[in-house]
Design a protein around this ligand. Structure first.
Ligand SMILES: [Zn+2]
Length: 142
């Protein structure tokens, strides 16, 4: 009572030309892929059977936990961080002057960098201001 299943399609060793489930960035889901290259016992390059894209192998396991972690710690571009800071800061925008004194959360209008928000005070005479190009240290109270 033994069935020879050497040629079974359900149990396939990972090998170049074999099929495997992998995450496809184009399809944005797990699809069947043909293994194009192997590193050790793991596929390294695969071709999506659904859309034909060739890309690095991404396991279907752990893909969701990776994207959850990425969502928990969003990486903002300077412009996105600035947009959020500007939205949080309320009150009037005042013109930046080296003789001025500014508090965290103050909106400033700088002649070169444009509108910004004071995000930190490095010292009594230096404030850190976030502009849409990044954070700059500016003199104040001079
Ligand atoms: Zn695909």
């Amino acid at each position: 009572m033994q069935t020879n299943s050497a040629r079974s399609k359900t149990i396939q060793p990972a090998t170049v030309g074999a099929e495997t489930d992998a995450m496809c960035g184009k399809c944005k889901k797990a699809t069947r892929h043909i293994i194009l290259a192997m590193v050790g016992v793991k596929p390294s390059r695969v071709e999506c059977k659904a859309c034909g894209a060739q890309h690095a192998f991404r396991s279907t396991k752990g893909a969701s936990s990776r994207s959850r972690a990425a969502a928990a710690v969003p990486t903002l571009t300077p412009e996105e961080a600035w947009t959020q800071a500007m939205r949080r800061a309320d009150g009037a925008t005042i013109r930046y002057l080296t003789s001025g004194h500014f508090e965290v959360g103050q909106r400033l209008a700088h002649p070169t960098f444009g509108d910004g928000v004071v995000v930190a005070l490095s010292s009594p005479t230096v404030c850190e201001v976030m502009f849409n190009t990044g954070t700059k240290k500016l003199l104040m109270g001079r």
